[in-house]
Design a protein around this ligand. Sequence first.
Ligand code: GDP
Length: 449
Amino acid sequence: METIAAIATPVGHGAVSVIRVSGEDAFEVVDRIWRGRQRVMEIPARMATLGKIYDRHSNLIDEVLLTRFVGRASYTGENTVEISGHGGVLVTQRLLEALVEAGAKLAGPGEFSQRAFLNGKLDLTQAEAVMDLITAQTDLALRAAHQQLQGKLGAEVAALQDGILGVLAHIEAYIDFPDEDIDPDTQAVLSGKVEGLVAQTGRLLATQERGRILREGLRLVFVGAPNVGKSSLLNVLLGFDRAIVSEVAGTTRDTVEEVVSLGGVPVRLIDTAGLRESVDAIEHAGIARTGAALASADLVVELLDASRSPDEQSRVDVAKTVKHHLVVLNKTDLKVHQGWDGVDDVDVRISCLEEGGVEPLIEAIQHEVTTSAAELDATPVAINTRHRGCLQTVAAELETAGELMHDGEPVEFIAEHLRAALNAAGEVIGKLDAEDVLGRIFSSFCIGK
Ligand code: GDP
């Protein structure tokens, strides 16, 4: 494949920046601009070697460390060179330009991983895990990404494919001998197998929730009337948790979202600024974004103002939409309205101003969250939305195949749906080998019977 090059480290001022070059001619391309004791192709593999890079006018660009990876023994599965230069914007850019002049092509986004996939170094789930690993925001998410990178999900899907192949191979054998019907005993066994495969797919599908929380964060939505202290609380929580991991743009201009790590679980704090417009907005939860934020929330923190009468404050009926709901009375540093004495559904009393009661609130949030943390840690795989799409097809096709089998429909029809299921499972890991089917038929069945 054509030789590609890209800056692999973020652009900016740093101690080191790395440029990656990959392709059949990677060594020759780099050698054109390299001056060292040995030529690039003579440098021992995986041995960082000092040398200099020059432009075509023989001007020195940088003194660098070069590491060479030969063929399969690289990330991409093809000849690769990693050049570690000084971490400056201009010097790194010049290095890249020199490589392009020497014959490399600028790599597109993800092209190194794509090559790793095409060269069979990674399956699709592993390639995706590389991205998960890079974007992981908590230890738990990191661990899940590592498991996927090691091929745990790939192995589960491969087992599923194997099961489907087993049934398909059986069925295909009957297609080759149209005069024979599947005998009832075999049919019962095969039906049982298909049922088992549907359940197996269902178990994988059930990990989607875990995957969503690990990748996107548990959604904690703040609701409450304007000026009740939602933004203040958001800031207090951000300040409390020193491990602020990132700021993310809100899904709409009207929501502010930040991700923090609470007990290892990424928690996305969502301030529904839409609720500021008017108190009515709370009652008319029909306002799309507020409704959507609530509907997608894993945990709702409803804020109320202690200094005002409970009767003056609209309450949000979140009970119907979410599992977890904390009622928080804010501004308890002010004179607490006596009306609150008789209200018994307040979970925590706080003051954002004096940061009083914030610890118990965080504990309450963590309590909700740690239940999930234990759940999150319990399963070794966590599928993403793309996997879900493929696996839903697998389940649907398997179910259809099972029904046709049950109704005694012709084996060709059954086989068609099993093949569709197999294809969809193959899409998860990105490979499907038609030879597999043939191989299985010939190896495990005595066709000449
Ligand atoms: P939001 O509209 O719900 O986001 O409310 P803000 O966080 O912007 O707060 C509205 C006003 O209430 C601001 O002037 C805050 O300083 C004040 N405020 C927030 N929390 C407290 C608190 O615990 N005690 C007091 N006394 N004032 C607070």
